[in-house]
Ligand binder design. Structure first.
Ligand code: HEC
Length: 398
C-alpha cells in the first residue's frame, strides 16, 4: 500500500483508538471510584449508598441501589461501545502497523519467517488467549481468585516469552497487549453484558435474577480493572527500546506488570484501609530498580571501559555502515518502498545529522537491536560494536 495512505490510516485509526480507549478506561476508573467512595453509613431504604460530587460548576447527587429501583427508569445508560470500539480500532491498528508490514515490524529479525505465518501466529494468539482465559475462569479455579490471578500472570508471561522467540520485541509486546485487550473486551461482551441484561430482564419481569451471574461478572470486571495499567504501558512501549529491545524483554514486561498491578491495588484499596499504602512507594522504588537493572544490561552489551587506548574509529567506517544499514529508510528520500519520508522524522544523510543522533542511534542499534527495523538491512554484531565504540569515543566526524 502507498506509504502515504498507510500513514494517514495509521493516524486516523490511532486517534480514534486513543479517544475511545480514554472513554472506556475513564468510565471504568470513574465507576470504581464511585463504588469505593459511596457513603454507606445511613443509606436510604433500598440503597446501598450515595455520594455528592462537584464538577464543571454543578453539584451531583448519585445513589446506588442495592438491586434496582422500585420502578425501572425509562432510560438506563449502558457502557459498552467504549469497549467494543476500542477493541475494533485496536485490531485495525494492529493490521495497519504490524500486519501490513509484517517483515519490518512483526517478524523476529533474521528468523526468515514468512509474513503470512507471523500474522497467523498473531491472530491465533488472540483467539487462544481468550479461550484459555475463559475456560480457566469458568473452571473451579474461578472460585479461587488469588490462585487464578497467579496462574493467569504466569501464563501471560509465558506467552510473552514464547512470542518473543518468533516476533520482534515490539511485535511480541503489542500482541501481549492485544491478547489482554481481547480478554478485557471478551469479558464485557460475553460475561458482563449478558449478566446485566439478564438482571435487567428479571427485574422488568419481576422474577428472581440468576444469583450466579453477579459473581461471575464481578470476577471479570476485577480482572479488567487490574489489566488496565499493564495494557496502557504496552500500548506506549514501542517508544522504549530498553524494554522491548532487551533480550530479557519478557522479564521486564513481567516486572512492569507487577509494579502496575501494585499501583492499581493501592488505588482500589486506599478508601477502605491503609493496609496496602506501602504498594505505591514500593512500586516507585521498583520502577527505579528496574531502570537500574535495564541500564546495566545495556552497558554490558556495549564495549565498555577505557577507550583511550583503543584505536580511534574513523568516521568513514561508521558513515558507510549507516549508509548501508540505515539510510534506505532514514533519509529525506528513502529507497525502501514502505516509506515516503524519513521515518520518525529521522534522517541520517549527513555526518552532522548522524553526530547529533548519536545517543539515539546508540539506544536503537547498539544497546538494543531495535533498529534496523526487522534487521531488514542485515546489520552485523561487529558493525553494532564498531558504531558503539565510535559513540563511546565521542562521536567525532572529523
Ligand atoms: C526498514 C526501515 C528502517 C531501517 C533500515 C532503519 N530504521 Fe530506524 N526507524 C524506522 C522507523 C519506521 C522508525 C519510526 C519509529 C518507529 O516506528 O519505531 C525508526 C526510528 C528510528 C529512531 C528514532 C527512535 C526514537 O524515538 O528515538 C532511531 C534513532 C533510529 N530509527 C535509528 C536507526 C538506525 C541507527 C538504523 C540503522 C542501523 C535504522 N534506524 C534503520 C525504520 C528504519
Amino acid at each position: 500500500m502507498d506509504p502515504h495512505v498507510t500513514e494517514w490510516l495509521n493516524l486516523a485509526i490511532r486517534w480514534v483508538h486513543m479517544i475511545v480507549g480514554i472513554a472506556w478506561i475513564g468510565a471504568s476508573f470513574y465507576f470504581v471510584w464511585l463504588e469505593n467512595n459511596l457513603d454507606r453509613r445511613k443509606p436510604r431504604e433500598g440503597l446501598s449508598g450515595d455520594l455528592w460530587a462537584i464538577h464543571g460548576g454543578g453539584i451531583y447527587h448519585l445513589e446506588k441501589y442495592k438491586l434496582a429501583p422500585p420502578q425501572m427508569p425509562e432510560t438506563l445508560h449502558w457502557f459498552k461501545w467504549e469497549a467494543y470500539t476500542t477493541w475494533l480500532s485496536g485490531i485495525a491498528l494492529l493490521m495497519v502497523v504490524y500486519y501490513l508490514n509484517a517483515e519490518l515490524y512483526l517478524v523476529a529479525p533474521g528468523s526468515g519467517m514468512g509474513a503470512t505465518t507471523a500474522v497467523a501466529i498473531g491472530v491465533a494468539s488472540l483467539i487462544c488467549g481468550w479461550l484459555i482465559y475463559h475456560a480457566l475462569c469458568e473452571s473451579p479455579l474461578g472460585q479461587k481468585p488469588g490462585l487464578l490471578g497467579g496462574i493467569l500472570f504466569v501464563l501471560i508471561i509465558a506467552a510473552a516469552y514464547g512470542l518473543a522467540q518468533v516476533f520482534s520485541g515490539r511485535g511480541a509486546f503489542i500482541h501481549i497487549g492485544a491478547i489482554i485487550g481481547t480478554i478485557m473486551v471478551g469479558n464485557v461482551f460475553f460475561v458482563i453484558m449478558p449478566g446485566q441484561r439478564s438482571l435487567v430482564g428479571a427485574l422488568k419481569a419481576g422474577t428472581e435474577p440468576d444469583p450466579t451471574q453477579p459473581a461471575k461478572a464481578l470476577l471479570r470486571s476485577r480482572h479488567n480493572n487490574y489489566f488496565t495499567l499493564p495494557v496502557l504501558f504496552i500500548m506506549i512501549s514501542n517508544h522504549f527500546p530498553s524494554t522491548y529491545g532487551s533480550e530479557y524483554n519478557w522479564a521486564i514486561l513481567a516486572a512492569l506488570a507487577v509494579l502496575s498491578v501494585m499501583v492499581r491495588h493501592f488505588f482500589n484499596t486506599r478508601h477502605q484501609s491503609q493496609k496496602y499504602a506501602w504498594t505505591l512507594p514500593a512500586a516507585a522504588v521498583g520502577m527505579m530498580a528496574l531502570a537500574f537493572v535495564t541500564s546495566s544490561a545495556q552497558i554490558s552489551s556495549t564495549p565498555g571501559g577505557d577507550h583511550a587506548h583503543d584505536e580511534p574509529i574513523a568516521f568513514d567506517n561508521v558513515y558507510s555502515i549507516i549508509n548501508e544499514r540505515c539510510t534506505v529508510c532514514h533519509s529525506d528520500n528513502p529507497t525502501n518502498p514502505a516509506f515516503k519520508s524519513a521515518p520518525g522524522g529521522i534522517a541520517m544523510d549527513s555526518p552532522k545529522q548522524i553526530q547529533q543522533l548519536a545517543s539515539r542511534i546508540h539506544a536503537q542499534s547498539v544497546a538494543t537491536q531495535a533498529m534496523p527495523l526487522g534487521n531488514i538491512t542485515k546489520m552485523t554484531q561487529q558493525e553494532r560494536d564498531l558504531v558503539g565504540l565510535w559513540i563511546a569515543q565521542g562521536a567525532s566526524v572529523n
